[in-house]
Design a protein around this ligand. Structure first.
Ligand code: MG
Length: 390
């Protein structure tokens, strides 16, 4: 059975707002019309597509549709019914066995839905997809409720609507000849001609984009969908500053550097590991070091800061993630950090179970400027990149 599709996109498309008609606006980086055409072009049963557009939209169409061979274009009429008839007439010289007529503003018609319509066309001359109505329906002329309607046999109708080609072609000619111009769907044209129209299950995702809210919602969903299956890459930063106090060495990245003073703090005051811990916690939105190890808790008095870093790494592992890299810069006028950088890096690689190419440790002075330059204390800045599974 040869099956063609007519995509009706000749509406003004202004209700959705925007600087161009909605069918030519982008959602998730791709124009609505292109998505709709692709939904049909990618279906193995569809051999030919007619796009019914407005003549004054031709430039928009050419800009939006990157593959000019995807569909043959014809110019629509002043009503939807008229545009559909013109689209069907464009197929008449080489008639297919069946035709699916679809709204250009329904870009999310799934293949399974097209399959259902096509399958039912083997039995019926007319097939439309619909969703049962779940809301209660009221008749309320002038805003006053007059009656509650029985919704048990009511459906909300979608497209693609499928028809035996000769039947719908004749029905459209007949409707036009009788002066009808405003029938809102092709099933109405078929019903008028006495063609039996069967209902198959529609698809909730196959919604029609009408308002600017529909467009914004579809855009958000499609942008998110483009990242489905891709890792969730996070970058976190951490900063820590500690003052010096009397002592005989500072601990940075778990390595003791001999010096006439030590860093003041509740734990071992390892500013470098604190900054790195905060960077990792920041990347996964898990607060900061104080959230997990309150300074008011005596348990952490003099604690080795590797415990804090290991805890942050454990939270990444618990989410199935990986630390892609850790980058640390220490600002200190003194002591000299350079000679200890290799040992510090080894220590961090050990705690985080990373290879050295994923850990960087750098040190710099502040050229005697500021509180660091005066030797009041030192600062550490860290960045960590985390990969979370999709
Ligand atoms: Mg600290």
């Amino acid at each position: 059975m040869t099956i063609a599709a007519v995509i009706v996109a000749a509406g003004a498309g202004l209700r959705a707002g925007g600087e161009r008609p909605k069918q030519y606006q982008k959602i998730g980086g791709k124009p609505v019309i292109m998505r709709t055409l692709e939904a049909f072009a990618s279906h193995p049963r569809i051999s030919r597509i007619i796009a019914v557009i407005r003549e004054e939209h031709l430039d928009y169409y050419r800009e939006a549709v990157s593959d000019p061979d995807i569909a043959q274009t014809v110019y629509g009429g002043s009503t939807r019914q008229e545009s559909c008839r013109i689209g069907i007439e464009a197929l008449a010289a080489r008639p297919p066995k069946a035709v699916l007529i679809h709204d250009g503003a329904r870009p999310f018609a799934p293949h399974a839905l097209i399959d259902r319509v096509v399958a039912a066309l083997a039995v019926h001359d007319g097939v439309i997809p619909g969703l049962p109505i779940s809301d209660t329906l009221k008749r309320a002329p002038g805003g006053i409720v007059q009656a509650t309607l029985d919704r048990s046999h009511l459906w909300s109708v979608q497209t693609p609507q499928g028809f035996a080609f000769q039947a719908i072609h004749g029905a459209h000619r007949q409707a036009a000849a009788s002066g009808m111009t405003d029938l809102t769907d092709d099933a109405a044209v078929a019903e008028l001609a006495g063609i039996e129209v069967a209902m198959v299950a529609g698809s909730p995702e196959n919604r029609k984009l009408t308002t600017s809210a529909d467009m914004a919602d579809a855009d958000r969903t499609q942008r998110q969908r483009r990242f489905d299956g891709l890792p969730d890459i996070r970058v976190g930063q951490g900063v820590d500053i500690h003052a010096f106090e009397p002592g005989n060495g500072v601990i940075l990245c778990g390595v003791t550097i001999p010096y006439g003073r030590k860093l003041q703090g509740h734990s071992d005051a390892d500013a470098a590991l604190h900054a790195l811990t905060d960077a990792i916690l920041g990347a996964i939105g898990e607060g900061d070091i104080g959230t997990h190890f309150p300074p008011t808790d005596p348990t952490w008095e003099g604690a080795a800061s590797r415990i804090f870093l290991a805890k942050a790494a454990g939270l990444v592992s618990a989410r199935g993630g990986l630390i892609a890299h850790a980058d640390l810069t220490i600002l200190a006028q003194e002591p000299r950090i350079g000679p200890y950088v290799v040992a510090m890096r080894e220590r961090v690689c050990g705690i985080l179970d990373l290879t050295p190419d994923r850990v960087a440790i750098k040190a710099t002075t502040t050229e005697q400027m500021g509180f660091i330059g005066r030797g009041d204390g030192l600062a550490a800045f860290a960045t960590a990149t985390i990969r979370l599974p999709a």
